[in-house]
Design a protein around this ligand. Sequence first.
Ligand code: T4K
Length: 369
Amino acid sequence: MESNELITVTSPLLPDLAELNVLLEDIWNRKWITNSGYYHKELEKALCEYLKVPYISLFTNGTLPLITSLQALRITGEVITTPYSFVATTHSLWWNGIKPVFVDIDPQTGNIDPDKIEAAITLKTTAIMPVHVYGKPCDTKRIQEIADKYGLKVIYDAAHAFGVEVGGESILNAGDMSTLSFHATKVFNTIEGGALVMHDEQTKKRIDYLKNFGFAGETEVVAPGINSKMDEVRSAYGLLNLKQTDKAIEARRHVAVRYREALREVDGITFMDDMPGVKHNYSYFPIFVDAERYGMTRDELYFKMREHNVLGRRYFYPLISTFSTYRGLESATPENLPNAHRMADSVICLPMHHALSDEDIEKVLEQIK
Ligand code: T4K
């Protein structure tokens, strides 16, 4: 008999409750529960080390670092970005009064196609905001060459790229800044949370002011900042979760290996392989359905899986460029974004997390095979 248990696309990595209680007691004793406390500082330190980055600033979620990075770099006018992402990427531009300019993606990686960026640059372009979608690294070298040639800033939305490295170096060191999300659904989570990664102390200081209303000391406000601080409870929770992240990524890798092994034989289903020289985090496992060869459309498969309690997700469908806020933009036409449309119309992200059992994995595969 089939089990009624839902196999969800992800499941949060949770710290040991007894260990968390010890830290909570300490926080209670300290009576310092937010505004850059002890655990906030400790987590920033631990993350710099784990992620191999020089400076990091914690945030209360993964959307506010996007918005704040644009403020900090004083980005205006137009920003070139990808339509194939979670809607927060483009919303951060909107919240800064910036016009998003969508560029199509590379069909192999799902990331912005560097070959199409130059044609989208105008006199108003001030920055590029690519996304390492599913944690697959963008072509950061090519993007930087273009940015340098035209004097543009680059802010990477690295919400999916926690711990991803290329040639032994963190992908988070590319561009001018990178943002992270520590949402419950991510490889590393602080329930809600996020961060900005930067290269120098001066920028870190400025970001720390901006996330605390612009305060630079008790009586001085240096910029119209916002409140996007992470509290002590979530910082402590994050410290504990960081200790088990490597193990969780290894468990995810095990899932990816089995999925690939089984799906290589299924006609009409494709997926992404590991990239040479890249340390992946296995944050998502997207498959792409070719309806003709597979004999079923993506949506037919998606709903059939749901009927059997396998809850994949169609990340990232619909494309951001099709939402009412953005579809009026000249760059939002389907003719400008054929690869992004093809990917959004064929994708299902399979359940992918540390707690999937071998039985769960086989159940997911059964639905597809
Ligand atoms: N940039 C990119 C590229 C992003 O992908 C995101 C967020 C951001 C920026 C913004 O970062 P944040 O401000 O969110 O930190 C989820 C997440 O809410 C969102 O963080 C994430 N990307 C996006 C891709 O996915 P939903 O609406 O699909 O999540 P939800 O609530 O349907 O959860 C999915 C599944 O996860 C559930 O079916 C079961 C499981 N789950 C979820 C939660 C919240 C649990 O088991 N426990 C939980 O507590 O958006």
